[in-house]
Design a protein around this ligand. Structure first.
Ligand code: A3P
Length: 345
């Protein structure tokens, strides 16, 4: 009899204990995402009737849940209708620069509850075949979102492709444009490293960076080399300025996004008229990766893929000096046009 009572007591204690642990875990998770539960201001600054001026907690669940299910093809049309979800054209585009940190910027902005990212690079404006498919094709490539959220896509090839500014202008002349830049020589080496890795994967040999970056006949910087040309930021920006005023651009410091991402993201929030929602809680330094990683809440965090943050090959210091000297006047012009100065050598 005594033994039976003890067993019953143990059973009750086990149930109570499980309940207590469950509640505690739930509370911790809620506190972890508290800043995301706060009602936020309307994205475009206009007042909305009560109920629409908040991004509900649902929005966060949607980002991790329904959206994911939809991508996998599991969410039903009915769910989409019930949640009032729409596929919206982007209100902001990260147009470049390749290897500037475009993926990190997009993923970090996606921490904001009012932002929904297009996961893939869509290459609508730079690819003639895609562009010919029309704007509805492009819109259908966008993720589902609540009407008060903004969609952002990134395709770094946009920055350097001739036809793109006019095409984007035709879609939306008041769109916000984000450009993330790094010190031009480092960016060029990063660009080279990506191509080199691709060749190595296919067991192909490739030239050394020095051979590509310096013209062997003149011993001058080889301006025909794409990795060099892409780093002449001012030349590309000048083409964009034929269509958009400088106020529609925001320049992100890609080198600072690596070492100190939060202030850079706060500047972007401001530029996009978003209420500040990304906090230090959302970003933590991962010593193994050597980069900041993303924390959505207590249970969900992620680092960028291993293809981001490659080890660069060593480059002859005289070549580096030559490249830096070459980029210098272009950089000065870039600072002057954008009003943002970097400490590039
Ligand atoms: P490296 O591979 O040269 O280090 P993009 O996404 O435009 O291709 O840019 C890739 C670069 O993003 C990487 O270049 C890396 O330095 C930078 N980056 C910035 N923040 C990062 C982060 N949190 N995790 C990984 N890479 C990051």
């Amino acid at each position: 009899m005594l033994f039976k009572q003890q067993a019953l007591l143990r059973q009750k204690l086990f149930v109570l204990g499980s309940l207590a642990i469950g509640s505690l875990l739930y509370l911790v998770a809620r506190v972890g995402s508290l800043d995301r539960l706060q009602p936020i201001c309307p994205v475009d600054g206009r007042f909305r009737p009560h109920g629409q001026d908040e991004i509900p907690f649902r929005a966060l669940q949607f980002k991790r849940g329904l959206l994911h299910e939809f991508r996998k093809g599991n969410a039903t049309k009915e769910q989409i209708r019930l949640h009032n979800l729409v596929q919206q054209l982007p209100k902001a585009i990260i147009i470049g620069v390749r290897k500037g940190g475009t993926r990190a910027l997009l993923e970090m902005l996606n921490l904001h509850p009012a932002v929904v990212k297009a996961s893939q690079e869509i290459h609508f404006f730079d690819n003639d075949e895609n562009y010919a498919k029309g704007i509805e094709w492009y819109r259908k490539k966008m993720p589902f979102s609540y009407p008060h959220q903004i969609t952002i896509e990134k395709s770094p090839a946009y920055f350097i492709t001739e036809e793109v500014p006019e095409r984007i202008y035709k879609m939306n002349s008041s769109i916000k444009l984000l450009i993330i830049v790094r010190e031009p020589t480092t960016r060029a080496i990063s660009d080279y490293t990506q191509v080199l890795e691709g060749k190595e994967r296919k067991n192909k040999t490739y030239y050394k960076f020095e051979k590509l970056a310096i013209d062997p006949n003149t011993c001058e910087v080889n301006t025909k080399y794409k990795a060099v040309r892409t780093s002449i930021y001012t030349k590309h920006l000048e083409r964009w300025l034929k269509y958009f005023p400088i106020e529609q651009f925001h320049i992100v410091d890609g080198d600072r996004l690596i070492t100190e991402p939060l202030p850079e993201l706060q500047l972007v929030e401001k530029f996009l008229n978003l209420p500040p929602r990304i906090s230090q809680y959302n970003l933590y330094f991962n010593a193994t990766r050597g980069f900041y990683c993303l924390r959505f809440n207590i249970v969900f965090n992620k680092c960028l893929a291993g293809s981001k943050g490659r080890i660069h090959p060593e480059v002859d210091s005289s070549v580096i000096t030559k490249l830096r000297k070459f980029f210098h006047p272009f950089n000065q012009k870039f600072y002057q046009i954008t009003g943002r100065t970097f400490n590039w050598p």
